[in-house]
Design a protein around this ligand. Structure first.
Ligand code: ZN
Length: 199
């Protein structure tokens, strides 16, 4: 028997974490993991915007596969991964291992980064999933369905070429619809595509 893979994606503020928490709580016994960017181990609460929370193990990404393979799955019916876009490719092997132990896997994470490009191995997981839900947020500008995450640096829309980590800058993220997602620099690459199409 093989477990089921359930993936919840969408932009920021779409309720990905709270959906995963609600689904995890339907299982008798579950464990949850999230990547720790500071490369430390800790026990942390995953809390969604509606205040729902569960205990999770915050772990260094390069320890993931070792931790997952050393778990005893007899009493565990599901394993959750939050902010899964920040795990490296080893998440794919980790997920496969859990599924082979007849344990369900629930994954929550951003499918697209602020550049609207695939984030981490989320796309791979969507392709492998048995159940997949793309959640939407409300556009901060017009209130319609938002599927993108707008990055704002020092009050201005981030451009395509801005580095992911900026020291000393004031950064914000907002959900935006297709009409209101702004990405300067992206226009240049589209323009190049148009030029190359024309030949
Ligand atoms: Zn909008």
């Amino acid at each position: 028997m093989r477990g089921k893979l359930k993936v919840y994606t969408g932009p920021m503020f779409a309720g990905k974490t709270s959906t995963m928490i609600q689904e995890l709580e339907k299982y008798d016994e579950f464990v949850a993991f999230k990547p720790n960017m500071d490369n430390r181990y800790s026990e942390e609460k995953i809390v969604s915007h509606d205040g729902n929370g569960i205990q999770a193990n915050s772990i260094p990404t390069d320890e993931l596969i070792h931790i997952i393979k050393s778990l005893e799955y007899d009493g565990i019916s599901a394993v959750g991964f939050d902010e899964a876009q920040f795990f490296d490719d080893s998440l794919i092997d980790a997920v496969d291992h859990v599924l082979e132990c007849d344990t369900d896997v629930l994954v929550s994470g951003l499918d697209l980064d602020f550049r609207r490009e695939n984030f981490g191995c989320m796309y791979e997981l969507i392709k492998k999933s048995d159940e997949y839900e793309k959640l939407l947020a409300k556009c901060e500008v017009c209130g319609s369905n938002a599927e993108y995450t707008q990055r704002i640096i020092d009050g201005e829309p981030a451009s395509y070429d801005d580095p992911v980590v900026l020291i000393g800058a004031e950064e914000e993220y907002e959900p935006r619809c297709d009409n209101h997602h702004v990405l300067s620099g992206e226009m240049d690459s589209n323009y190049e595509d148009i030029l190359s199409d024309i030949g």
